[in-house]
Ligand binder design. Structure first.
Ligand code: SF4
Ligand code: SF4
Length: 109
């Protein structure tokens, strides 16, 4: 597995002193380049925890999945909601599927 950051989507967390992906990465691997786009210092040091994938507000970061988990060329992105994480997986042909992981139970659920 590896992390890919799409520079055409990343907005550099404009206005924030520290980018969200920089702040959340437990390995201090994410940083902003001079052009303000995010990058990863060392892919080999990344343990694919997916924290940055979940934290990016514009879904610029994806987790590339190995063929042992999904078909070749598949990726995973996430959207964080108050009580759930919505994961989207898609394959090389562009087929998409969403699945939801509940992260907490709200009153009335
Ligand atoms: S997947 Fe985890 S360790 Fe890897 S860059 Fe993202 S936050 Fe850091
Ligand atoms: S959190 Fe997303 S938008 Fe913000 S700097 Fe990182 S990749 Fe770019």
């Amino acid at each position: 597995m590896s992390i890919f950051i799409d520079e055409t989507i990343c907005n550099g967390c404009k206005g924030l002193p520290e980018a969200r992906c920089e702040r959340i990465c437990p390995g201090d691997l994410c940083y902003r380049k001079e052009n303000t786009k995010a990058a990863i210092r060392d892919q080999s040091a990344c343990w694919t925890c997916a924290s940055c994938v979940k934290e990016c507000p514009v879904q610029a970061i994806e987790l590339r999945l190995p063929f042992q988990i999904c078909s070749s060329g598949s990726s995973l992105k996430a959207r964080l909601k108050r009580d759930k994480t919505i994961w989207t997986v898609w394959d090389a042909e562009g087929h998409q599927e969403e699945f939801i992981i509940r992260t907490r139970w709200l009153k009335g659920d």
